[in-house]
Design a binder for this molecule. Structure first.
Ligand SMILES: Cc1cc2nc3c(=O)[nH]c(=O)nc-3n(C[C@H](O)[C@H](O)[C@H](O)COP(=O)(O)OP(=O)(O)OC[C@H]3O[C@@H](n4cnc5c(N)ncnc54)[C@H](O)[C@@H]3O)c2cc1C
Length: 332
């Protein structure tokens, strides 16, 4: 591992300013993703700015306006166990409880989870060329490429998949991000979708934050109307692994028992968390029946562009959406 300076920031503001002054500095939170990348020499920062001692970053609280504030340093274990999250954001609690392993959940934080990099084996292994590391093409797409964990949407330039199973839940809940800029100012990213950008040559992360931006918190807005929420994921094994596909849904009903508005998000199917707009349109105006779920699942995957090794993910993604909708109905 290359030598680096280790700085303990006492606040998000201090972290952002320190990071802004470094050349190739990176934030360190739980270290579950970052230290792997450093050991693999995929990340070689001159400085690590640790958030571990930063004050107030682990809060999970109900705000006066009814929204829920989750500090960037809240661990997945706390998300799974906090009564506030279990009561008001059950899909977030559920996804956090299923992620990784107990050891990792006690270390991994929500900020680091959103900013984690793809687990694509080519990206993570420096001896292979990789578009994200400045190469000319994506080896996953090349003949003989290992494709099983790749994405099935937006995979023309880079076929990686974003591994977070927490991000689709936050997307479905319309979460907004609270950011601390390099000049120390607080900013809000109100649209979860605008947080992500399609892959680009030489850009390791598709999280569209400026260099030096620190995620300070995630805020989940309050709703006036009853929300129906469901989450489903499909894994090869139940622990110490990532989901092959995850899916989170949220919808509201109108007075006639029809879906008035729906939000459908997938994880592990594209380089970024993936919003399934076609499924949302298919759900709108319909009663939430098995038939509606079947149609929405077909629509969600109609534009998928699987590679030879990922055709299986198309079916998994359909099943995940049907299960997430069924879970939402059952919870109601
Ligand atoms: C075996 C295994 C199984 C896993 N299974 C799952 C799973 O099922 N679902 C899932 O979602 N994840 C899974 N993970 C991933 C794990 O949850 C993430 O690696 C973890 O959440 C990252 O958080 P961290 O605090 O450790 O981040 P770090 O490793 O400290 O940081 C990760 C990245 O985020 C940046 N960063 C950290 N904090 C911030 C911040 N506040 N603002 C801006 N950037 C920041 C860092 O610079 C770094 O680039 C798994 C990991 C392992 C090893």
């Amino acid at each position: 591992m290359k030598a680096f300076t280790f700085v303990r920031a006492r606040s998000a503001e201090e972290a952002a300013k320190t990071l802004g002054d470094s050349k190739t500095g990176l934030l360190h939170s739980g270290g579950c993703d970052l230290l792997d990348r450093m050991k693999e020499r995929v990340a070689e920062p001159d400085m690590l700015v640790s958030l571990c001692d930063a004050e107030g970053l682990s809060d999970i609280r109900l705000e006066e306006d009814g929204s829920i504030w989750v500090g960037a340093r809240a661990t997945l274990a706390r998300l799974a166990e906090a009564s506030l999250v279990q009561r008001f954001l059950p899909t977030l609690s559920e996804a956090a409880a299923l992620a990784a392993s107990p050891q990792l959940r006690h270390r991994a934080t929500i900020g680091g989870n959103l900013a984690q990099h793809t687990r694509c084996g080519y990206y993570r292994h420096k001896s292979f060329p990789c578009l994200k590391r400045g190469g000319d093409s994506c080896p996953v797409r090349a003949e003989g490429g290992v494709q099983e964990m790749a994405g099935i949407f937006d995979n023309e330039t880079c076929a990686s998949a974003h591994p977070s199973s927490i991000a689709p839940v936050l997307g479905s809940l319309d979460a907004e991000l609270v950011i601390r800029n390099a000049d120390g100012r607080q900013a809000f990213v109100p649209s979860f979708e605008s947080l992500w950008a399609s892959p680009k040559k030489g850009r390791a992360s598709d999280l569209a934050l400026a260099a030096g931006d620190v995620i300070e918190a995630v805020r989940i807005p309050a709703r006036d109307t009853k929300q129906f929420v469901g989450y489903a994921e499909i894994r090869q094994r139940k622990a110490f692994d990532w989901a092959l596909v995850s899916c989170a849904v949220r919808y509201e009903m109108d007075a006639d028992g029809k879906i008035a508005q729906a939000s459908v998000w997938y994880g592990s199917v594209a380089p970024t968390p993936w919003r399934a707009g076609a499924a949302e349109s298919a759900l709108r105006g319909k009663a939430c029946t098995d038939e509606t779920a079947r149609t929405a699942a077909e629509q969600a995957l109609a534009d998928a562009t699987p590679l030879a090794g990922t055709t299986y993910k198309v079916q998994l993604a359909k099943v995940a959406l049907k299960r997430a909708l069924a879970a939402a109905r059952e919870r109601a």
